[in-house]
Write a protein that binds this ligand. Sequence first.
Ligand SMILES: NC(=O)C1=CN([C@@H]2O[C@H](COP(=O)(O)OP(=O)(O)OC[C@H]3O[C@@H](n4cnc5c(N)ncnc54)[C@H](OP(=O)(O)O)[C@@H]3O)[C@@H](O)[C@H]2O)C=CC1
Ligand SMILES: CC(C)(CO)C(=O)C(=O)O
Length: 306
Amino acid sequence: MVQGQKAGERIAIIGSGGIGGYLASQLHAAGHDITLCVRTPFDKLVITEADGGSETTVPVRIATDPAAEKPAKWILVTTKAQDVPSAAAWLEKLAGPDSVVVVTQNGIEHEERVRPFLPAETQVLPAIMICAVERLAPGHILHHGHAKISVPQGPVGDDFAELFAGSAFEINGEDDFRTVAWGKLLTNAMANPVTALTVRRGAVFSDSQVAELARSIGREVVAVAKAAGAKLSDSDIEGPLARNAKSPNSGSSMLYDRLAGRPLEYAFITGAVVEAAERHGIDVPVNRTILALLKGASGYSLDGAN
Ligand SMILES: NC(=O)C1=CN([C@@H]2O[C@H](COP(=O)(O)OP(=O)(O)OC[C@H]3O[C@@H](n4cnc5c(N)ncnc54)[C@H](OP(=O)(O)O)[C@@H]3O)[C@@H](O)[C@H]2O)C=CC1
Ligand SMILES: CC(C)(CO)C(=O)C(=O)O
């Protein structure tokens, strides 16, 4: 095991799905002491690599009772964005004045989601994940590919990057984090709803009409992103579309929730675009339509009984 300069840090990860489980495995590989704060308990954390099929069991501590926890230096919030309020009891016990809370979720406005649950002195670091992972069962994560994280440039981001020395993750400190976050939202606003609503993986983007619908979504997101100060243009739409089509077996976090009948993260993906569009006086009819469909589908199983 190669250890980073900061090996041995105590890190608490709230949420043990695709992102939480994979981050736990890589931070463990970097030599840290990991506590996974879970909602649904399980016996062991197992990571399967889609490329090659290797399977690794990761020895992490699994915590189920917030009341039993002490403050941690690093706290990674890896729940779906709408589940942050339900994690308040974890944040209350884990976050102290010296803690850094890293919000590793999709969307924008990461700090606003956690700030109401934290002491004023606690620092918050937003993190954009380029990492495709799927929770197959509690504690069993399939890594489809990619391991990159973008954070705002600065000393806290540098400290965070050091944690990952010796892991598979590449951490980038961004001087224009707003553009990076909107760029990821552009990807998500196209990929997540289309896969969740069609109940298909990346292969669905090889259909030219589906790809054209995704472009219509994307053009609206770019218009809103520009009004919000992000440096995106319509030329940024084709890259993510092509990557989706080239990963026919990789889905999206929203598709996996749809398959399992769980609530969808629509308010923080398409909803975030529609809200920002309203603030800037931009009409986004395609995204408004998609938002209504996602709301209707959210939390319903596919067995036709509801
Ligand atoms: N999957 C992916 O490829 C990517 C996902 N993202 C983003 O990362 C975030 C996480 O996504 P993902 O990992 O896929 O989501 P998952 O649904 O796989 O995992 C979320 C986890 O959070 C847990 N959780 C929810 N509420 C609580 C709580 N109160 N206390 C403790 N645990 C809780 C869930 O528990 P339970 O097991 O009980 O459901 C689940 O294990 C999202 O914002 C997503 O958009 C970003 C890039 C890629
Ligand atoms: C990019 C993508 C679609 C896969 O990593 C993602 O961010 C998600 O599944 O939410």
